[in-house]
Design a protein around this ligand. Structure first.
Ligand SMILES: C[S@@+](CC[C@H](N)C(=O)[O-])C[C@H]1O[C@@H](n2cnc3c(N)ncnc32)[C@H](O)[C@@H]1O
Length: 329
């Protein structure tokens, strides 16, 4: 329990902010007999959350709808996840701004003395201008999150090449016996249906709702919310088998090799990596879809071979490939 001064010191907020949050009905600190406020640990968590969301540009009424105070575990997870996603989006926005500034500096250094510098800068700024993040932008960006509750039935059941590829992966995994497994971009862990019992599986995905669905189906699976592009490799165990199915084609070409690299690093030396995904066999098709980045099969094979591996390719359909990669010792 803490008084106003202690809360302000600990959370870097002002007494006025606390008063506003209370007046707006966002927090309800207990009153002592002398009428002083007494903040509980729950109040502190709420205040911290409000501060982050305010900082990100959420309005008080938006925050009110996010904070419901009789929280279940999943509601707490949702609340933390929203903050995480909002911060993540802001970091990306800052990174874009940083790149833009770097670009401007380089453009100006290269420009001639008689060019109008203001015009150059204004042109670049208009090109990259984006409005401030708000709740709807963040929620709408969560495609996979929205798909999670009915992912397989609604989106993948009729996709025969997908089903065929999953079956083939299952056959391969079945033949491998007892091992440690990591599934990257696991979705709802459809791969482990019928073969996941008792297996030591670590499931990684950037979508919390996907992981919660996985956990519902397979409570013994260890899950980790992470992004394959930014995860801290050293904090992960190295598994005997690492699988990644249908994730890479959601990652832009400019990042796909980095993702592949990290997938390899999650596997122990001598272990096996299985990467299954939608692909183009003809490299000329690269970039023909602006939203999905089908793997260019031969290019990816060549890249994987540079990484001290043996690589075999199996096509399960015209546009479906499995890379079977052995990490050499
Ligand atoms: C099409 S689903 C495939 C799910 C599952 N592997 C399957 O075959 O049913 C792609 C999954 O990759 C996840 N994903 C996309 N980009 C990711 C990233 N950068 N890091 C980790 N997971 C990612 C998505 O959240 C989604 O669950």
């Amino acid at each position: 329990m803490m008084n106003t001064k202690a809360v302000c010191q600990r959370l870097s907020v002002t007494p006025k902010m606390l008063r506003i949050y209370e007046e707006q009905g966002l927090i309800h600190p207990e009153r002592l007999d002398n009428n002083y406020r007494n903040y509980s640990m729950e109040n502190l968590i709420q205040i911290e959350t409000i501060s982050v969301l305010r900082h990100l540009g959420f309005s008080i009424s938006e925050i009110k709808s996010i904070l419901t105070f009789d929280k279940t575990k999943n509601e707490y997870l949702d609340m933390l996840y929203l903050q995480y996603k909002a911060l993540d989006a802001q970091i990306r926005e800052l990174q874009n701004k940083k790149n833009e500034l770097k670009g401007n500096i380089n453009k100006l250094m290269d420009s001639c003395e008689d060019e109008n510098f203001n015009d150059i800068l204004i042109r670049e700024r208009n090109r990259s201008y984006k409005k401030l993040l708000n709740y709807d932008d963040i929620i709408n960006a969560w495609n996979f999150d929205e798909m999670a509750s009915d992912f397989i039935n609604r989106y993948m059941k009729e996709d025969i090449p997908y089903q065929k590829t999953i079956r083939r992966l299952q056959e391969m995994i079945r033949s491998m016996g007892k091992n440690t497994f990591t599934d990257v971009g696991c979705g709802t862990c459809n791969l482990w249906q019928e073969i996941g019992d008792e297996k030591d599986i670590l499931a990684i995905d950037s979508s919390l709702p996907m992981l919660l669905e996985s956990k519902k189906k397979f409570p013994w699976i260890k899950v980790s919310m992470d992004d394959i592009l930014s995860l801290d490799i050293n904090s992960y165990r190295k598994s005997d088998v690492v699988v990644s199915a249908f994730m890479l084609h959601h990652i832009d070409y400019c990042d796909q090799y980095k993702a592949a690299d990290n997938i390899l690093k999650l596997c122990r030396e001598g272990g096996i990596v299985l990467i299954a995904d939608r692909c183009y066999r003809d490299p000329a098709m690269k970039g023909s879809d602006k939203t999905e980045f089908f793997i260019i099969a031969e290019e990816m094979k060549q890249y994987l071979q540079l990484k001290n591996t043996e690589v075999k390719i199996e096509y399960t359909d015209e546009n479906m490939v499995i890379f079977i990669v052995k990490r050499l010792v």
